[in-house]
Design a protein around this ligand. Structure first.
Ligand SMILES: Nc1ncnc2c1ncn2[C@@H]1O[C@H](COP(=O)(O)OP(=O)(O)OP(=O)(O)O)[C@@H](O)[C@H]1O
Ligand SMILES: [Mg+2]
Length: 234
């Protein structure tokens, strides 16, 4: 894990008002391959991703992206530098069509149209829904649109918060395959309830519990670790 670290978080503490949600979280994401974050509901996974993305300001700790300290950098600037984020909720504009959502995502990019075509190759279902309002899409289609929008900004690292939540099981496999494909091209940090999928698209895995990293290791090894089962049990 020491070679080509793309993102490094050290000793992150994050509060919501006076309530503390993260208690000194450290993690590394290498330049290639996927990293997964697992953990029960309320463990702090979304809080961690939002802190890395710049939506939440940590009260302690540092975030370095491509060797640069970005702990206090605005979200927009992080996106421009290649740190993409597909949040757990509200990642698309429901009252705009699929096409409009993609055009907004591609704004300012000279090769935006070509990139949109690439996204439609990645998720052909979206191509059949271009004039449909995004608010009327199925759960799986919404996730595909949200992922496409984030990819239009050409991230070097894409952080995904529960990309299969609310997605019909028949479509989960399609998303899983695209994520595997993506993880060979860019770095991916994925939060996922679907443990098998998370371990499949990642090479390294962190397990959170009550705002801490409780367990970490290569996904291959964690797969059979009884501690993983204990930490994920309700
Ligand atoms: N906006 C908020 N204001 C106050 N507390 C919050 C807020 N968002 C999350 N929390 C609290 O922070 C803790 C971590 O929540 P977080 O959403 O990060 O968990 P999670 O691991 O993403 O859970 P899930 O699997 O349900 O998405 C929880 O105790 C939660 O109640
Ligand atoms: Mg969450």
């Amino acid at each position: 894990m020491s070679e080509d670290v793309l993102l490094q978080a050290e000793d992150i503490v994050t509060h919501y008002g006076r309530s503390q949600a993260l208690f000194g979280v450290s993690l590394k994401v290498p330049g290639r391959g996927g990293v997964a974050i697992l953990g029960r509901n309320g463990a702090g996974k979304t809080t961690l991703l939002r802190t890395l993305a710049g939506d939440l300001r940590p009260s302690r700790g540092t975030v370095r992206f491509e060797g640069r300290d970005c702990t206090r950098m605005a979200t927009e600037k992080r996106v421009r530098r290649g740190l993409g984020h597909v949040p757990q909720e509200q990642a698309i504009f429901g009252s705009l069509t699929v096409r409009e959502n993609l055009l907004v995502g591609a704004m300012g990019d000279r090769t935006g149209r070509q990139r949109i075509d690439e996204m439609l190759d990645l998720f052909p279902r979206l191509g059949q829904r271009l004039t449909q309002k995004a608010g009327t899409l199925s759960g799986g289609e919404r996730k595909m649109l949200a992922i496409s929008r984030a990819l239009l900004a050409r991230p070097h690292l894409l952080m995904l918060d529960e990309p299969t939540e609310g997605v019909w099981h028949g479509v989960i496999e399609e998303i899983a395959q695209r994520l595997e494909q993506l993880s060979r091209e860019i770095a991916i940090l994925i939060v996922e309830q679907h443990v098998k999928l998370a371990l499949r698209v990642s090479r390294y895995c962190y397990v959170m519990d009550r705002g801490h990293i409780a367990l970490e290791g290569p996904s291959e090894t964690l797969r059979d670790d009884p501690e993983l089962v204990r930490l994920l049990a309700p």
